[in-house]
Write a protein that binds this ligand. Structure first.
Ligand SMILES: Nc1ncnc2c1ncn2[C@@H]1O[C@H](COP(=O)(O)OP(=O)(O)OP(=O)(O)O)[C@@H](O)[C@H]1O
Length: 692
């Protein structure tokens, strides 16, 4: 009874959360905030909160210039002027390579380092730095965690970003209302899907990606080709959802590739780009008229968006020329003006017509008006959750993912067990005869060399983790340190389980040195060795995000480390420069073998029962045959491996930081230098003023 009333209450909350942001009249709601959105935004705004947190975005004379490797510069966007208002859905269209993605990147502050922006981008009349969370940005690819359900994906994202002090009931209301808003109720408890789990459809995945970004109730939403790769019904559903989001007073800008006529009808405004220039900006419904006035009316029965793109896609010129050359195209008399002129010429006419048109004039006027009105400063600054909440949530999410993904650790556990059973049967009850001396050495070398090497198999999963991290990081969901901490902690239980089980099988089948501490050392050393390989592979994944290249590099590094471990060549015989110092000391195999040899042989006596040959103490073998320094404790050797794990984790942290902060700066600097040198050579000057 109590449960059902609380469920009803929470359902009411969810409906209130949605209802409050629905349009009240026939028109568009501006700044209509639900109760929870209002709480969130009150904390985010720098200026006095006046209830209106709508985003009015205007851009004037926006030009983006990129430097190419040769030092040449190229204008990708040229003098774009326009605006996007709350409650509207602006579609950005243009042929491939026309600059749509660059335009979205320029507006959202995500331009790559060799691209330079000039002109103004104003948010609510103020110069805006839109990076990290002020505006939400949904990228083209859906990098989601395949093992989580839709509801879990959104819930974890909420816990990662919503303030810690917000009660769970309120967080749940936001999560449920987001699920309803994106039409995901039917698949809320279905997994996203991966290589071995059948999951939700492509259109649903796209809606989950959008749901994650609207969770924090952003007022400005950028989407890069949200409908590409979807069938017409899914594309229509996604676009309809975006239009619905805009009707809640949000400002939505999306680049759309080849929309169907149903999808086209959902656009409020259309920004048509070709070769980086504005072909048309205005009401989507007035675009027909503009094209007709410019001399390119849309023929009856043709999809308007197909016609617009046909008029401005210069690739058609090349296609026509090729077909003409091969005599495949017969020219019949046709009334279509496009058949009488080249696309390049049509584009020139359209760009000129737009520049002189009423549409361009009124866009300029509106931009001027918008830049005079100073509104609320929208600066969300990304996640509002504390470092501990972020680390805890990421650890939990990552742990659940690892436990559900068969390929992450379970498969490795099976392989480890199979391999260690093989080792166990080959070295079964190895004994203390003379021949067991080399057998013990070889067994240790194989376990700490090849068996730990198998950890490389986790690399594809690390790469997937890095992709999710990069998307979430770009959108300001959490910090790098929280990611590194969670990544380390979540793997720990699995690695302990794998090494404990396989180490135990191997230890007792081979019957290595008897005694609990010896067994414990063997398992700890195996755990440390597998963890250090994982840490090394994580560093590689952060530098080389391609899994084939990463596996090859990881295998190469481990092969070299194995070579100098002291088994294939005895420590004192390894050439001193480079191989012994520093390579053997950098090799974790070296420390693992030194420790395990001591652990196994010290205290044992080897004899040969069939002859009168002398008994050989383990200490003698260690010093004289394996060249082990007995003054150093085996625990010291294993400690060195733990220090290596920490060092690799620190390197991992810094590599991510360098990738984020230093590399773009260096690339930008190089691009600028190349540009300056080129200009110097050509005795030209490109004004650096206004370039950012
Ligand atoms: N950083 C850059 N360096 C060099 N060239 C660039 C850079 N960014 C964009 N370009 C070039 O600018 C043009 C526009 O690229 P952009 O990705 O913005 O086009 P698009 O309209 O989004 O294309 P698509 O629809 O195929 O994704 C392309 O020719 C591209 O090669």
């Amino acid at each position: 009874m109590r449960n059902s009333s609380s469920a009803a209450a929470s359902a009411n909350d969810v409906m209130m959360e949605i209802e409050a942001s629905k349009p009240q009249d026939h028109g568009i709601v501006v700044g209509g905030l639900s109760p929870l959105s209002e709480t969130l935004w009150k904390e985010k705004t720098n200026t006095e909160f006046i209830g209106d947190v709508s985003a009015r975005l205007a851009w004037k004379d926006l030009t983006v210039m990129v430097t190419l490797n040769s030092g040449e510069t190229q204008n990708v966007l040229e003098g774009l002027t326009g605006y996007a208002e709350p409650g509207t859905f602006t579609a950005l269209m243009g042929p491939s390579g026309s600059g749509k993605s660059t335009f979205l990147d320029a507006l959202s502050g995500r331009l790559v380092s060799n691209a330079f922006l000039s002109g103004r981008v104003l948010l609510n009349g103020r110069k805006a730095d839109l990076s990290f969370g002020t505006a939400a940005y949904v990228t083209q690819d859906d990098t989601l965690i395949g093992t989580l359900t839709v509801r879990e994906t959104i819930s974890y994202s909420a816990q990662l970003r919503l303030p810690d002090r917000m009660p769970w009931s309120e967080k749940r209301t936001l999560i449920e209302s987001t699920i309803i808003e994106m039409g995901l109720q039917d698949c809320a408890d279905t997994v996203i899907g991966n290589w071995h789990l059948r999951g939700i459809s492509g259109g649903e995945k796209r809606r989950v990606s959008i749901a994650l970004e609207i969770l924090m109730r952003p007022r400005l939403l950028f989407l890069d080709e949200p409908t590409s790769g979807l069938d017409s019904a899914s594309a229509f559903f996604v676009t309809q959802t975006l239009r619905g989001l805009s009707r809640d007073g949000r400002t939505v800008i999306a680049s759309i590739h080849q929309p169907s006529s149903e999808v086209f009808e959902l656009f409020d405004r259309l920004y048509l780009l070709s070769g980086g220039k504005t072909v048309y900006f205005g009401q989507a419904s007035e675009a027909y008229e503009f094209f007709a006035q410019a001399g390119f009316p849309c023929p009856a029965l043709r999809n308007p968006s197909d016609h617009f793109l046909r008029c401005i896609n210069s690739d058609f010129d090349k296609v026509k020329a090729t077909l003409k050359g091969s005599m495949k195209l017969r020219f019949e008399s046709n009334e279509d003006p496009l058949d009488k002129t080249t696309t390049a010429e049509a584009m020139r006419i359209l760009v000129d017509s737009y520049r002189r048109s009423q549409y361009s004039y009124s866009a300029n006027e509106r931009v001027e008006d918008m830049s005079k009105v100073k509104g609320t400063v929208l600066d969300s600054g990304g996640s509002q959750a504390s470092f501990f909440m972020q680390s805890y949530t990421l650890t939990k999410r990552s742990f659940i993912n690892m436990s559900r993904d068969f390929g992450y650790y379970w498969l490795r556990l099976v392989i480890y067990l199979v391999v260690t059973i093989c080792i166990g049967t080959i070295y079964l009850n190895v004994g203390t005869g003379y021949s067991s001396i080399l057998a013990r050495g070889a067994c240790a070398s194989f376990v700490f060399g090849f068996v730990t090497f198998l950890s490389i198999g986790g690399f594809p999963s690390f790469v997937e983790d890095m992709k999710v991290f990069q998307r979430e990081r770009m959108n300001g969901h959490y910090g790098v340190s929280a990611f590194v901490v969670s990544n380390t902690l979540s793997a720990m239980p699995f690695l302990i389980l794998i090494t404990f089980l396989s180490g135990t099988v191997c230890y007792f089948m081979v019957r290595l040195h008897p005694g609990f501490t010896h067994y414990l050392f063997f398992v700890i050393c195996l755990y440390a060795s597998v963890t250090v390989v994982e840490s090394l592979m994580m560093v590689i994944a952060s530098i080389v995000p391609n899994f084939l290249m990463g596996i090859i590099i990881g295998a190469g590094i481990q092969g070299i480390f194995m070579l100098v471990s002291g088994y294939f060549r005895l420590p004192n015989d390894i050439p001193k420069p480079f191989w012994r110092y520093p390579m053997s000391y950098l090799s974790f195999h070296f420390w693992a073998l030194q420790g395990q040899y001591q652990n196994d042989l010290m205290g044992l006596v080897f004899d040969n029962s069939s002859s009168d040959l002398p008994k050989i103490p383990g200490e003698f073998i260690l010093e004289q045959i394996f060249q082990i320094d007995l003054n150093r404790s085996k625990w010291m050797d294993v400690s060195v491996i733990f220090v290596m794990i920490i060092t690799y984790r620190i390197i991992f942290f810094f590599v991510i930081k360098i990738n984020e902060d230093v590399t773009p700066w260096i690339r930008g600097y190089i691009a600028r230098r190349k540009m300056q040198q080129k200009n110097g050579n050509q005795k030209q000057t490109i004004s650096p003023y206004g370039l950012t």
